[in-house]
Design a protein around this ligand. Structure first.
Ligand code: SAM
Length: 246
């Protein structure tokens, strides 16, 4: 049987490509990519000619996952890449890993850049403990549920967000968690790399002057248990006040 390689690729700056990533992509029989057009650009840049470029994404993973596993069992080495960064982080890569492990296939990591961790290390927020939360739900009530599940033990919270939603997400965040410290990391490793550090309100104001463009990581200071208790109590007080009024 062949092997499954999970190959990290740049999150913007092509100079972050590793030698080992290039070597692995050159030598594998098949490259499976989330967006083959995007990956083709990367391969062209590094003069890599894949013998086979296969599409593997959220909408075809049900059928193409088992097909890829069959290729590996037949002896082909497969490299999985995502659009950017580490495969299996906020993309369907982890499903393929699961299938591979069930089939007894060796899975090998080829480390590379990752947006959330790159943002965390320069955030100035505590790094000794953190929780990666992927993309937050769009609806405020769902977002509240997710955020309320986090507590002190989760440390700094790491999220991904799109430019279309970042402002709305911050507005909801302020309503749900109050004015805590956050960090926005935009366009990491790219020409317009920028950071905003401050309270949620300050970052909302920052967005007014820096119209949302590109990709964002949103980092939120950990939630302290005393704060959560105080918030809950304030909420109950408000509810009982509302009861009295009505
Ligand atoms: N697999 C990737 C990784 O390891 O970082 C993440 C894939 S996820 C589908 C895409 C999200 O990652 C974007 O919406 C954005 O929130 C974040 N992201 C990716 N590249 C980024 C960058 N250069 N700067 C800031 N955030 C980025």
């Amino acid at each position: 049987s062949g092997k499954l390689y999970l190959v990290g690729t740049p999150i913007g700056n092509l100079e972050d490509m590793t030698f080992r990533a290039i070597k692995t992509l050159q030598s594998c029989d098949i490259i499976a990519a989330e967006d083959t057009r995007q990956t083709r650009k990367l391969l062209t840049h590094f003069e890599i000619t894949p013998s086979m470029l296969f599409s593997y994404h959220e909408h075809n993973k049900g059928a193409s996952g088992p097909e890829l596993i069959r290729y590996i069992i037949e002896g082909k080495n497969l490299a999985l890449v995502s659009d950017a960064g580490l495969p299996a982080i906020s993309d369907p890569g982890s499903d393929l890993v699961q299938l591979a492990l069930e089939a007894g296939i060796t899975v090998i990591p080829i480390p590379g850049p990752n947006a959330a961790l790159s943002a965390l290390i320069v955030s100035g927020l505590p790094t000794e403990r953190f929780t990666f939360g992927g993309f937050l739900p769009r609806e405020k009530k769902d977002m509240r549920k997710v955020l309320e599940a986090f507590d002190e033990s989760n440390g700094t919270l790491l999220f991904y967000e799109s430019p279309h939603r970042i402002r709305k997400t911050l507005v909801h965040l302020e309503e749900i968690l109050g004015d805590r410290s956050i960090v926005l990391a935009r366009e990491l490793t790219k020409r317009h790399e920028e950071f905003a550090r401050g309270t949620v309100r300050e970052c909302i104001d920052w967005l007014e002057e820096h119209p949302p463009l590109g990709e964002y990581c949103l980092l939120v200071e950990g939630i302290k248990e005393e704060e959560r208790k105080a918030e809950r109590e304030a909420w109950w007080q408000l509810m009982s006040l509302a009861d009295h009024v009505s």
